[in-house]
Ligand binder design. Structure first.
Ligand code: ADP
Ligand code: MG
Length: 393
């Protein structure tokens, strides 16, 4: 299968099929989407379940081979001189700033034994950065596809996701899980991607809110998150400690939220309760989406689960932020079916599920709530479950 063929909806996609393997190409353009996560936050590194879907917004890498072994990197979102790096000098720490993302992908491909050529790569994106919509994975995935197809390499998408994650973890130094790269490289249009982060099993779950008269609204709260900040690492450590005290390899092994009550420490108890209950909410959403014909009643239930997840993230995991709390409360009062913060926390976006006819009122109410508090006006994106990365030219 080549990366740009539509994937049959009925065929389970393992992600193990090679994405290319044809002749090397000398130039082209590859686009990879950002993602929103419908349910399952901070469950990825706990070996639990996540349920992201790809956005119609993303990042394009226009790339052409160079025969001098150099990467010449430009981005429309990073004004300034192009960054030139030699492939044979790549090592973690050798490139800083935004160019570390594409350079890190080239490095990780090399570490995995895939020889890639030098290339001039021009990046452009319509995805807001640092808004919790995974602009970093979109950048990595577009470059990973570009470099492998320029080289004529056959690399399965799952492996590409692992390679892009390694770039982010080891070359850039951000300790994220496998969700973002998997979403960008494996999602299908009209579906959410159920990813079991322990077994790495993936399942396409039909997800078409528009058919039930509902819409997905992403609200960029303009508070920028930073995964390198200490809180993300602290949550990871707390989850590891909670799992250790509960006698399991990770919290994703537990399915009963009551298990958290066995923890003596109230902070660890709250952290574990969030992870176990969010995992259960992923399963609940998947079961709802698999019901015979998911109509408005099903989406009302999914909305309620989103709102419950927000309370769990706010009160048990304690990673929400004021703009997100106000967005969620305002969306709910203005007619949303439910809403929650998405992403790592302390900044980024809110995902709201809204009856289509209530969209204008919900947007207006959120804009007004921000204006009243003298906050920077929020950004709105309509989210439509979209296809994964592909060659576009
Ligand atoms: P998120 O993935 O939620 O958007 P991250 O902090 O993980 O946030 O990644 C954002 C970083 O990724 C930016 O600071 C920048 O270094 C890099 N980045 C993402 N998109 C682009 C782009 N189009 N051009 C240059 N750098 C980008
Ligand atoms: Mg990111």
């Amino acid at each position: 299968m080549s990366g740009d063929e539509p994937v049959s909806k009925d065929e389970p996609v393992s992600g193990d099929e090679p994405v290319s393997g044809d002749e090397p190409v000398s130039a082209g353009a590859w686009r990879a989407p950002g993602r929103a996560n419908l349910m399952g936050e901070h469950t990825d590194y706990n070996e639990g379940l996540v349920l992201p879907f790809a956005l119609q917004y993303g990042t394009t890498a226009i790339a052409a081979r160079r025969d001098d072994g150099k990467l010449v990197l430009r981005s429309g979102q990073a004004p300034g001189e192009p960054v030139t790096v030699a492939l044979d000098s790549l090592a973690p720490g050798s490139v800083t700033g935004w160019a570390a993302y594409p350079a890190g992908v080239a490095w990780a491909l090399g570490e995995a034994g895939h020889e890639v050529p030098g290339a001039a790569i021009d990046i452009d994106s319509d995805l807001p950065e640092g808004a919790g919509l995974s602009s970093s994975a979109a950048l990595e995935s577009s470059v990973a596809l570009a470099l492998t197809e320029l080289a004529g390499l056959a690399v399965a998408r799952r492996e590409l996701a692992t390679i892009a994650r390694r770039a982010e973890n080891e070359f850039i130094g951000v300790p994220t899980g496998i969700m973002d790269q998997s979403a960008s490289l494996l999602c299908e249009a009209g579906h959410a991607l159920l990813l079991d982060c322990r077994t790495l099993e993936i399942t396409q779950v039909p997800f078409d809110p528009a058919a039930a008269g509902a819409a997905l609204l992403v609200v960029n709260t303009r508070a920028k998150h930073a995964l390198t900040g200490g809180e993300y690492g602290r949550r990871r450590a707390e989850c590891e400690e909670a799992a250790r005290q509960l006698g399991v390899p990770s919290l994703g092994y537990l399915t009963n939220a009551g298990d958290a009550d066995r923890l003596a420490d109230p902070v660890l108890r709250r952290r574990a309760r969030h992870v176990i209950s969010d995992d259960a909410r992923v399963r609940a959403v998947v079961n709802l989406l698999r019901s015979a014909s998911p109509g408005p009643a099903v989406y009302r239930e999914i909305g309620a689960l989103l709102s419950r997840a927000h309370l769990s993230l706010r009160d048990d995991f304690e990673i929400s932020w004021p703009e997100a709390d106000v967005t969620v409360e305002t969306a709910e009062s203005a007619g949303a079916l439910g809403a929650r913060m998405i992403g790592g926390g302390f900044g980024g976006s809110v995902l709201a599920l809204v009856p289509a006819e209530a969209l204008p009122a919900v947007r207006a109410a959120i804009t007004e709530a921000f204006r009243l508090r003298s906050w920077t006006a929020p950004g709105f994106l309509d989210a439509i479950p979209s296809a994964s990365a592909a060659r576009v030219a």
